[in-house]
Ligand binder design. Structure first.
Ligand SMILES: [Mn+2]
Length: 355
């Protein structure tokens, strides 16, 4: 039986539960190995069952050898109710961040006599094992390669969407399953939008171009942001870039086990605040990354999770000045005993692309 199931059982024991209903796709994949789009896990002290439908039975049998595969009919929750009542459980945890109100009502109906306890299991995914870090490194490598390629490809006159398409195409050619999220290419004034999804805007000389993208490899997401200059940087562009770079380097240097996300955020944020741009850095410093693009722990003013070795997080400060432009620089790092290992290899020096 795999170690992940044992850790889920331990969580159940600690919370006084007889078992857990896992419904979030990333958690289903994490505990079972099954990557299909539909199904749920019912894990109790002695049993591990994966309920899925006709389309996925064969796939589930091969991907989730530690689970007994139960094929459900029209209503998965009805089958869940029957399965749970055969196991004689009294108290089951469910994923409070994922189950909808409608599903909860259906669960109450189908699992009558069983107490349903709202819980979270995502925290069990914070520390990555060797296989996960290997997959993550591959996802980071693919994104780095795509960035090198785009530096040769991008030129004034292209739209942001053309650049995003080329990034995505390159990552998939290099073995990515898909893009980690809708690619951000935000140029000129649009670079002041922290989440400026690529638009039809034409990239012009003198523009900052912020590119935020990542690859998915074996389910693991990478996340990189680089801001480049199309042509020659102005003095103000250099100055803003340098502040963000110093904040990013300090943030990376601050990542180490035993510190909270809030403490690391503060190290980086104080550099931007002291330079007079604190009001222009309105998001957290970074986030955990793995099977989800955004997961625990958070590096932000509210991040109270203490970092531990083998957690993987991003470090991504930015300055966004409305009507002018903005800069963000982001790496993906792994926490190690002595601090952190930066996985992202792309240069962080200001790159001026002159064509
Ligand atoms: Mn990010």
């Amino acid at each position: 039986m795999n170690n992940r199931i044992e850790r889920l059982r331990e969580l159940c024991t600690n919370k006084g539960l007889d078992g857990f209903i896992v419904t979030k796709p990333e958690n289903r994949l994490y505990f079972s190995g099954f990557c299909g789009s539909s199904g749920l896990l019912l894990v109790t002290g002695n049993d591990a069952k994966l309920l899925t439908d006709f389309r996925y039975v064969t796939q589930a049998q091969s991907q989730a050898p530690d689970f007994e595969i139960v094929r459900h009919g029209v209503a998965i929750l009805k089958t869940l109710g029957q399965t749970a009542s055969n196991l004689e459980v009294k108290k089951l945890g469910f994923e409070m961040d994922y189950v909808t109100w409608a599903d909860y009502q259906a669960m109450e109906r189908e699992l009558s006599g069983i107490e349903l306890i709202p819980c979270r299991v995502d925290e069990l995914r914070m520390m990555k094992d060797e296989a996960e870090i290997t997959a993550l490194k591959r996802a980071v490598f693919i994104a780095d390669q795509a960035f090198s390629h785009i530096l040769k490809y991008i030129r004034p006159g292209m739209t942001e969407r053309e650049v995003a398409l080329e990034l995505e195409y390159t990552m998939r050619r290099l073995g990515a399953e898909k893009s980690a999220f809708d690619i951000i290419v935000a140029s000129g004034v649009r670079s002041s939008l922290p989440h400026g999804i690529a638009s039809e805007k034409i990239i012009a000389n003198g523009d900052f171009v912020t590119m935020d993208f990542g690859a998915v490899y074996n389910g693991y997401h990478s996340d990189i942001t680089r801001t480049i200059i199309m042509g020659q940087a102005s003095d103000k562009q250099r100055q803003i870039y340098e502040i963000v770079l110093q904040a990013q380097l300090a943030g990376v240097a601050a990542v180490q086990p035993g510190r909270t996300g809030k403490q690391i955020d503060e190290v980086s944020r104080s550099i931007i605040t002291n330079a007079g741009y604190g009001n222009y850095f309105g998001h957290g410093l970074g986030h955990g990354v793995g099977l989800n693009i955004h997961e625990e722990p958070r590096l932000s003013p509210g991040g109270d999770t203490m970092l531990e070795a083998a957690m993987t997080v991003t470090v991504e400060p930015g300055i966004y000045i409305p009507e002018w432009g903005g800069v963000r620089i982001e790496d993906t790092v792994v926490v190690v005993s002595a601090g952190c290992e930066v996985l992202t290899a792309s240069s962080k020096q200001l790159i001026q692309v002159e064509r």
